[in-house]
Design a protein around this ligand. Sequence first.
Ligand SMILES: [Zn+2]
Length: 429
Amino acid sequence: MTMGTREERHNHHDFVPLAALIGKELRNERMEKPTVRYGCAAQSRKGEDYVFTKTDCQRVLGNPSTSFSVFAVFDGHNGNAAAIYSRDNLLNHILSAIPRGLGREEWLQALPRALVAGFVKTDKEFQSKGQTSGTTATLVIVDGWTVTVACVGDSRCILDTQGGAVSALTVDHRLEENIEEQKRVTASGGEVGRLSLFGGPEVGPLRCWPGGLCLSRSIGDMDVGEYIVPIPHVKQVKLSKVGGRLILASDGIWDALSSELAAKSCRGLPAELAAKQVVKEALRTRGLKDDTTCIVVDIIPPDNTVVEPLPSPKKHNKFLSCCFRSESQKSSSKLSKKLSAVGIVELYEEGSAMLAERLGNDDSNGQTNGLFTCAVCQIDIASSEGISVHAGAIFSTSSKPWEGPFLCAGCRDKKDAMEGKRPSGVKVL
Ligand SMILES: [Zn+2]
């Protein structure tokens, strides 16, 4: 809107040299971009939480005007190897799955699929190392006003906006709370139940067996079963011009504080102090029971240097918490009502655990130089070996088995195992 008015005004001038026009465009684009500031804080108990922050990524290498930021939290379990491996490799695997030479809009549109490919590739590669640990992974990409979040596990990411609307951008993949995931795990050959020692009473949260993991999705966990999939829930939103604050944290925070409390506890503080405050608040409430890690990311409108303190959201939340919502999309449907109310546009959301649905149909990514590229791990495969992601998809009548995207034999095996079609050390129903 602002740009339109500027351009109209601009047209009244009689003559402007092209170079000046381009310069003005670039300046406008730069001015239009929000500033990103962030802070991290953590208290360690087991040493299994890891963070990743990088604010100088470039879509076009060597061109600073194409910069974007990435933030991630990895909460490891059964050791820290999967968390460290994911911190060091996940982003590269995601970026290498984006076709080259895309403009900004196309690049943003390609992100959801690249996130799926990157998560699955990271999981597959880590498992091939034969180490038995797992990790949650919540990764946020901030490009201008567009925020894209991908997550497996329960390291939630929330968005706090001007007006006090607090909403989760992720879905918690906890068996206890996610009935749809319970059904999926059971249908893929896992058993879901509580811990029962020596036939005594059942205790603790719902877990899947074998393995006893409380999460239904993760990276790693080769000893648990392939139905614990690394396919992320992905959500992409475009913020309004007032910006917003992201709070990204491990369950050490979320087991102590609700989304609303976490947001409220740090309003008015700059990101660096805000992250510390959220951790402090969680420890005050619950003590140091678990690794407790928090990243606060402020997306600040160009004209403002300080985030204005947000008003109390009490009334708003009480009203919205009464709204009906489905079990699986608890956070999301609550979110959509709130988000549109504060001028945020939802561009994309998908949480299916089915790889074929997530990789979709593809006309572009298939063939290059007579070779096919695996949609997950990006290796070149001979056309005779490439298997369509849709092959054997009996529930999908519209998909054609000879259409891309294609998978290499290894990724095809992994896909079948994740869907319970191939034994992975557990019984298949
Ligand atoms: Zn592959």
